[in-house]
Design a binder for this molecule. Structure first.
Ligand SMILES: O=C(O)CCC(=O)C(=O)O
Ligand SMILES: [Fe+2]
Length: 149
């Protein structure tokens, strides 16, 4: 999996910058501010392990977090827009959301599985654990995070 690094030469960022609807967002700035991220799955069985997009302020340590998690203590709502053209269930890559993780217990059961047709948009609380199952087709997920002040 390749995650947008914030490098202006990143091909995915260049691609985003070329989309008229996103030009006004200034994708580079939005990525720097932790508002926008693109996950590209190359289709060789890559998965995105279970995680939350929100990190409590007390645990927020930018030195030890990937750039994809910049400013993540501000995140409240995640919106993901899928950009791949065609998708079918055999290609895997299901997005699985889990009920909010209790602080002291193991993961609670899956509460939702969504399919990945291009153009679909999913919205969820940023503190909700989620993951992407192994993916066997090229898959693009544009994440947008709504921040609290
Ligand atoms: O690729 C997906 O469906 C989810 C991406 C994701 O969880 C993230 O960007 O934080
Ligand atoms: Fe995520």
């Amino acid at each position: 999996m390749v995650l947008v690094s914030g490098d202006p030469d990143e091909p995915q960022l260049k691609y985003l910058g070329s989309l008229p609807v996103l030009t006004i967002l200034s994708p580079q700035q939005a990525a720097d501010d932790g508002l926008l991220g693109l996950a590209l799955y190359d289709g060789e069985g890559v998965a995105y392990q279970i995680h939350e997009d929100y990190v409590p302020k007390a645990d927020y340590d930018p030195e030890n977090l990937p750039e994809h998690h910049r400013e993540s203590y501000k995140r409240r709502v995640t919106a993901i827009l899928y950009l791949q053209d065609d998708w079918s269930e055999e290609l895997g890559g299901a997005f699985r959301a889990h009920a909010v993780r209790p602080k002291t217990e193991a993961w609670v059961p899956v509460t939702h599985v969504s399919r990945q047709e291009g153009g679909s948009l999913i919205l969820f609380r940023s503190d909700m654990p989620h993951e992407v199952l192994p993916t066997y087709g090229q898959r693009f997920a544009l994440s947008m995070w709504c921040h609290a002040a």
